[in-house]
Design a protein around this ligand. Structure first.
Ligand SMILES: NC(=O)c1ccc[n+]([C@@H]2O[C@H](COP(=O)([O-])OP(=O)(O)OC[C@H]3O[C@@H](n4cnc5c(N)ncnc54)[C@H](OP(=O)(O)O)[C@@H]3O)[C@@H](O)[C@H]2O)c1
Length: 255
């Protein structure tokens, strides 16, 4: 997700304002390949270069990363975590400045998709407005509470992968019926359906309008919608239970 945000922020700020730090040569190379204008600095120097710092590491790596950057932090530095499972009060207790949570979405790389912003302790109204303005340059920002984080992340950040996976299931189910479609043609067709639905939504249609326009009463699509609704709901229920269990099962880092 670090690369996604680096690309996103490269659409939002001047190149000389964008810095990144990495652990391995491979991860640094990946970022510079994706955002050639970014300046790579040692982790310990990040706080000297920027006042907005986004920690794009897993919870388990946070103590080491924080240990490296903490000596340079002041109350002017805004620290942002992208880890939904990390309580903001825990992060706030270990740094001198304001904190926030930011959940990106893969579409941010191309200037679309949601970003979920949760202001934490110390982040005032003006700073929130400034952050939202920044995020708007590469995403559709939503302000959410920490309690809304898991559900919102499921829909907005996991969402593109879950929808692609659902489309993959549509192809599989069709192929399993012994259809005469070759797999690559089936995938192209479902891809066009996703693009069509996305663009209709982008132009202002809502989900129910798209369903109603295609699924006319008594027609084939209406029969398909009716036949699949309960099992789809059950499948999503299981999916969201899985994200909640996975997140809840991971130990919180000791910062
Ligand atoms: N994947 C998503 O779509 C998504 C969306 C929202 C939030 N998140 C959350 O974001 C967090 C990161 O997820 P991810 O998918 O981006 O993980 P990832 O692909 O494993 O990336 C984590 C990065 O952190 C770097 N890192 C670890 N320790 C470091 C250190 N001491 N100094 C510098 N860099 C260090 C790693 O470097 P190396 O390459 O050298 O290992 C790696 O590049 C997770 O907690 C996840 O839950 C993910």
């Amino acid at each position: 997700m670090g690369s996604t945000l680096a690309v996103g922020f490269s659409r939002a700020v001047e190149p000389d304002c964008l810095f990144a730090a990495g652990r391995s040569a491979a991860s640094v190379a990946r970022v510079t390949e994706t955002v050639p204008s970014i300046t790579i600095v040692p982790l310990a120097e990040l706080a000297d270069r920027a006042t907005l710092i986004v920690l794009c590491v897993r919870n388990a790596d946070l103590p080491v990363v924080l240990g490296d950057i903490r000596p340079g932090l002041t109350d002017q530095h805004v620290l942002i975590t992208i880890n939904n499972g990390l309580p903001l009060r825990a992060l706030a207790a270990t740094v001198p400045g304001p904190v926030a949570k930011l959940i990106p979405s893969v579409g941010n790389e191309i200037g679309v998709g949601a970003t979920l912003l949760t202001p934490g302790p110390g982040l005032g109204e003006r700073a929130v407005d400034e952050l939202v303005t920044l995020l708007r340059r590469f995403s559709r920002p939503f302000l959410i509470t920490e309690g809304q984080g898991r559900a919102a992340t499921d829909l907005a950040s996991c969402g593109p992968a879950l929808l692609a996976s659902a489309a993959r299931s549509m192809v599989r189910a069709q192929l399993e019926r012994g259809t005469q479609l070759p797999p690559d043609l089936a995938e192209q067709l479902v891809t066009q359906s996703l693009i069509a639905a996305s663009q209709l939504l982008a132009e202002g249609a809502c989900l129910d309008e798209i369903i109603d326009r295609v699924a006319v009463p008594g027609g084939n699509t209406a029969a398909a919608v009716e036949a699949s609704r309960d099992d789809l709901t059950a499948a999503w229920r299981a999916a969201f239970q899985a994200t909640a269990s996975n997140e809840g099962g991971k130990p919180l880092p000791s910062l």
